[in-house]
Design a protein around this ligand. Structure first.
Ligand SMILES: C[S@@+](CC[C@H](N)C(=O)[O-])C[C@H]1O[C@@H](n2cnc3c(N)ncnc32)[C@H](O)[C@@H]1O
Length: 349
């Protein structure tokens, strides 16, 4: 558990520099603003912080985005599921709804808060524990404190904070605005809710393996007046077994999650499978490079932590780029701020 905590919340010495808006990066120092409008700019502060962008204007032209609302598939055969309720997939109609796979003849049920779409859903005697980095977030207390303090700690590792991350994300997602989006490993849904409220997507799926994170997401939605519930659905699923048909999804976002996945390659291969040609994957994580790469024995330490926690620590941008290329994604782009990285990659057309 301690190892998971280390992976999820790295310490830093100074507070994050400010990333201002979707088209420009601002590096704020006392009484000074340095503005860079070009995405190819590399902005270095005089102190320790570095904001580095390597993102040309999105190279993928806007293509036909999906407006279909029935996008859930059986996690066993990947065939589309039939919905039995008139309300479709919306937050309000999940409870009591069921989804039928006509191929496997299996029914998936909606709980009070989300659809259960793991492969083992419905098993009565069989149960399996996942890697610690997955099980950790299923603990009710962890789910409860996640958005009530824990996530704010990411600022110390260079994460700009949800609002500024959201502005950056929107830039990467420009080619697929108007389509559907999966907020994969959504946690308590802080980004899924922003996606839904932005009105920029036809449907948002908040997906996580932790039923307690999904419960928190549901509670946050209930507390908000005028939340566009028709835009959002909540799904419990494993990142390595996504309940969507192949080539059906316009965009996938995974905030602070890839380092928590037991097998990033299995997960990214699965993301590559469900993205439609031209679809975009955008996410964030930590990169333990810079001074960290000089720490003696870091490599064995990270290997051991990886084995114990089931999480994966990236030590260079090149590792991410290599992983995406190996899994069939192209057009790697990224934005850096100290240990923080926002990356994106595209399914080739
Ligand atoms: C650090 S939280 C990130 C939450 C949120 N996306 C954010 O930006 O703050 C990592 C999330 O990954 C989820 N997760 C871990 N293993 C998973 C798996 N095998 N499948 C799906 N989600 C998983 C956890 O439940 C947790 O909610």
């Amino acid at each position: 558990m301690a190892a998971v905590a280390i992976c999820s919340n790295l310490p830093g010495l100074t507070l994050a520099r400010q990333l201002r808006n979707s088209r420009s990066l601002v590096l704020r120092r006392p009484n000074k603003l340095f503005l860079r409008r070009a995405f190819t700019a590399k902005v270095r502060a005089l102190s320790t912080a570095v904001v580095e962008t390597k993102q040309p204007e999105p190279a993928v032209e806007e293509t036909n985005v999906s407006t279909s609302r029935n996008i859930l598939a059986c996690p066993i055969c990947y065939e589309q599921l039939s919905i039995d309720s008139d309300g479709g997939l919306t937050v309000d109609s999940i409870s009591g709804s069921s989804l039928l796979c006509n191929t496997c003849k299996k029914t998936y049920y909606g709980s009070e808060t989300h659809f259960e779409l793991t492969a083992s859903s419905g098993a009565k005697e069989y149960g399996e524990a996942k890697a610690p980095s997955t099980e950790f977030f299923r603990i009710p207390l962890i789910s409860y404190i996640y958005e009530r303090g824990w996530r704010q700690g990411f600022l110390f590792g260079g994460f700009p904070g949800p609002e500024k991350e959201f502005e950056l994300i929107k830039n990467y997602l420009k080619p697929v605005l108007g389509g559907n989006i999966i907020d994969a490993s959504c946690g308590s849904g802080l980004f899924a809710r922003l996606f839904a409220k932005s009105g920029l997507f036809s449907l948002v799926v908040a997906l996580d393996y932790s039923e307690n994170m999904l419960k928190e997401c549901y509670e946050f939605i209930k507390q908000e007046d005028n939340f566009p519930k028709e835009k959002l659905t909540l799904v419990r699923a494993d990142i390595s077994r996504l309940p969507f048909p192949s080539s059906s999804i316009d965009a996938i976002h995974a905030g602070a999650a890839i380092h928590c996945w037991p097998s990033p390659s299995a997960a990214v291969a699965e993301i590559s499978r469900v993205l439609r040609p031209g679809g975009v994957f955008v996410g964030t994580t930590y990169i333990l490079d810079g001074p960290f790469s000089f720490v003696p024995l870091l490599s064995p330490v990270t290997q051991n932590l990886t084995q114990i926690s089931g999480s994966h620590m990236f030590t260079s941008e090149g590792q991410l780029k290599d992983l995406f290329r190996a899994c069939g994604l192209v057009n790697f782009q990224c934005t850096r701020q100290r240990r923080f990285i926002m990356f994106s990659a595209t399914k080739p057309c």
